[in-house]
Design a protein around this ligand. Sequence first.
Ligand SMILES: CC(C)(COP(=O)(O)OP(=O)(O)OC[C@H]1O[C@@H](n2cnc3c(N)ncnc32)[C@H](O)[C@@H]1OP(=O)(O)O)[C@@H](O)C(=O)NCCC(=O)NCCS
Length: 145
Amino acid sequence: FPVFLRRQTRRARLAEAMPFVVEVDGAFAGQIAVDPIIWGATRSAQVGYWIGSAWQGRGIMRLSVALVLDHLLGPVGLHRVEINVRPENERSLALCRGLGLRDEGLRRGYMHINGAWADHVSFAALAEEVHGPDGAGFEQRLTRG
Ligand SMILES: CC(C)(COP(=O)(O)OP(=O)(O)OC[C@H]1O[C@@H](n2cnc3c(N)ncnc32)[C@H](O)[C@@H]1OP(=O)(O)O)[C@@H](O)C(=O)NCCC(=O)NCCS
């Protein structure tokens, strides 16, 4: 864990990653990792997340991801964010669909997990898609209901 922390801190200082913690009533409930961040002409990032089973199914991660996406595509100045989900990960697929992220289709053999190349469904949002004519981001759209 100390090695992981040192690596995350170094990458965050270099603006190559942004590690977030999700706290619920002061308890460490989960994490959102914005990693990697690609600058230059791309200005994009990948987002991953997990939440402890005690807090699952309450919309907490959906709201947390909404806040992070608004931050990345607003103040941070990224142009594109991506979330890649294994097709069998129903909860994560539901989270991305619930946020209204664009489904860009299946990426074959996208990531090496548990000894095999796993397909992933790719979801994405662009800065200009998020802040529509009414100026509302992900979080506002969610909390408006
Ligand atoms: C993927 C993961 C983060 C999803 O967590 P989650 O708690 O299901 O996600 P959400 O915050 O969107 O919660 C959705 C649920 O909350 C409910 N919900 C949404 N808003 C709510 C609210 N305001 N009040 C109460 N419940 C609410 C939804 O109905 C939904 O429940 P359902 O799926 O049973 O219908 C979690 O399953 C996890 O950590 N998995 C392991 C790691 C992982 O797979 N990470 C993603 C890799 S791509």
